[in-house]
Design a binder for this molecule. Structure first.
Ligand code: DQA
Length: 139
């Protein structure tokens, strides 16, 4: 069974109540529980932190023994050389995802330190962005 993990960065613990016009009104755990049931053929885990170093620790921990990482580094996407370097350092392929279309938003969201070392990037499909990444790892 493939081992996948969704790693979520800062403020994504507030999904459902944070700017619902941009990020939707479902909580991440509601989405995650439904998605786990929908894809019983994979082992799907979830980790969230608001702390940059904890995200790097988790990438290092899973990055040599999982089959795929689905990473929404949230605001750190646009600022963190450290998370970008961790994505480069590990062996597990990483798909970068975003709920919103970051290119349709402020210019500071157009830069990503992750994309150049990601297997691919999926953005702008709401929470479905995560699901498309799962499907890509399954195929
Ligand atoms: C986000 C986009 C980021 O620019 C933002 O800082 C987030 C969420 C998204 O999923 O759309 O926190 O990564």
């Amino acid at each position: 069974m493939k081992k996948l993990i969704i790693i979520n960065g800062p403020n994504l613990n507030l999904l459902g109540k944070r700017e619902p016009n941009i990020y939707g009104s479902l909580t991440f755990m509601e989405f995650f529980d439904a998605t786990k049931k929908k894809y019983p053929q994979v082992s799907l885990e979830h980790f969230q932190s608001n702390i940059e170093g904890e995200l790097i620790d988790k990438l290092q921990e899973v990055g040599f023994n999982y089959d795929g990482v689905i990473l929404n580094a949230a605001a750190y996407t646009h600022t963190s050389v450290g998370i970008g370097d961790a994505v480069k350092a590990i062996e597990t392929p990483v798909i970068e995802v975003h709920i919103s279309n970051t290119f349709a938003r402020e210019e500071f969201r157009h830069k990503s330190f992750i994309s150049q070392n990601a297997k691919g990037v999926i953005l702008g499909f709401g929470l479905q962005s995560y699901e498309l990444a799962i499907q890509s790892f399954i195929n």
